[in-house]
Design a protein around this ligand. Structure first.
Ligand SMILES: [Zn+2]
Length: 366
């Protein structure tokens, strides 16, 4: 428990040097674009501690590919294991940004809705409000204003907002009936995502493989989002990945780890791609978070109102103007999921106006 925190002191000198650099160049590096990436139901324990030794050695959770993947993600310390699991997060993001939610270091991030399930979680992230009426995963069209809707109404951002997810419920929590920004999720072909050859190929691929499930494969979602960036250059974009939650409900711990590793690789690929485009390079913030946590020990497969600890979440952020502090430690405040919407808006230079009482923007000067 202590070792995961004590490592931090080694990198303090480097962090101070890089903070100084960002401080000097802040005027040229304000956030002009923002990407929100959500990883469904990824626990803070794997993010900060890598593969859990107890679960990785429990035959009950080893199912498919157990042995091969167990070796891939195993190392002696939590620090080494988390780097094996999420190498991009623990190199680029931790050196250039911040990672919140390590409860072993007394840093806490929680959902504020009472359900600890996906649809209320995504609604809370995007609207800044834990609506008690949104308490199931049923497809319902959200009556609460989302920060994506609000930003799309601003002159500088009109038509430059898009949201992609593997899960089809994105049409509900971002309300595709009410909104005309691009919303793409599940297996249906969304308007505005069928122009280029690659988009048409992805759409026919998802039609061919349609699994009669609510989520399409994350690779397809990722490529749709990346292609949209290539041809439309959105300024506010979200990508919602889903695989991890499915693998966890299946009780396959190595496959859950493998999907976390894949998400990290796709985020790295995306970030490297953005760095090649002048609109995005040094002008883009990245927010990575989750819809809910999961239970402890044998309860890791599950989450919900009756599963303790599944309200515990985490997030990572990097971008111009946010001084890099790496892994965040002791804090006497808890950050809540309902603060992300105001934070997204604030980073883009707008105060989010909602009909609801929403969470405050996160203060990165603290
Ligand atoms: Zn779930």
């Amino acid at each position: 428990m202590n070792s995961i925190c004590s490592f931090r002191s080694i990198s303090i000198t480097l962090i101070i040097l890089s903070s100084f650099y960002v401080g000097n160049s802040q005027s040229e590096t304000d956030v002009e674009n923002l990407i929100v990436i959500t990883l469904d139901g990824v626990r803070w324990k794997e993010v900060f501690g890598g593969a859990d030794s107890v679960l990785l050695n429990n035959p009950k959770f080893l199912k498919t590919e157990g042995n091969r993947l167990s070796k891939k993600f195993w190392d002696d310390t939590k620090h080494a294991r988390r780097k094996r699991l999420m190498p991009f997060l623990w190199s680029e993001v931790s050196s250039q940004g911040r990672i919140y939610g390590n409860r072993w270091c007394n840093n806490r991030v929680n959902v504020s809705n009472k359900t600890n399930i996906s649809n209320p979680g995504y609604s809370e992230i995007f609207t800044g409000y834990a609506d008690p009426e949104i308490n199931s995963n049923e497809l319902k069209y959200n009556k609460n204003t989302s920060v994506f809707e609000f930003i799309n109404q601003q002159e500088d951002f009109a038509g430059k907002v898009a949201a992609f997810a593997s899960w089809d419920r994105i049409h509900g929590y971002l309300n595709s009936h009410k909104n005309d920004f691009i919303i793409s999720g599940g297996y249906s072909t969304s308007p505005g995502t069928d122009e280029s050859f690659l988009q048409q190929t992805l759409n026919s691929l998802q039609t061919i493989i349609h699994r009669k499930e609510s989520s399409r494969p994350d690779y397809i979602t990722y490529l749709h989002a990346k292609e949209f960036i290539r041809i439309k250059r959105p300024k506010l974009l979200s990508i919602g990945f889903a695989w991890t939650d499915d693998m966890a409900h299946d009780g396959s711990y190595p496959m859950y780890l493998e999907k976390i590793f894949t998400f990290d690789a796709m985020i790295e690929d995306l970030w490297n791609y953005l760095e090649t485009i002048p609109q995005y390079k040094n002008k883009t913030a990245l927010l990575i978070t989750v819809d809910h946590g999961r239970g402890d020990n044998e309860n890791w497969t599950s989450h919900g109102p009756r599963v303790p600890h599944s309200n515990e979440i985490w997030f990572a952020i990097m971008g111009p103007g946010i001084s890099p502090k790496g892994e965040m430690k002791e804090s006497n405040i808890t950050i809540y999921q309902n603060q992300f919407a105001a934070t997204i808006s604030n980073l883009l230079g707008y105060k989010f106006k909602s009909e609801n009482v929403i969470g405050d923007s996160i203060d990165f000067d603290k």
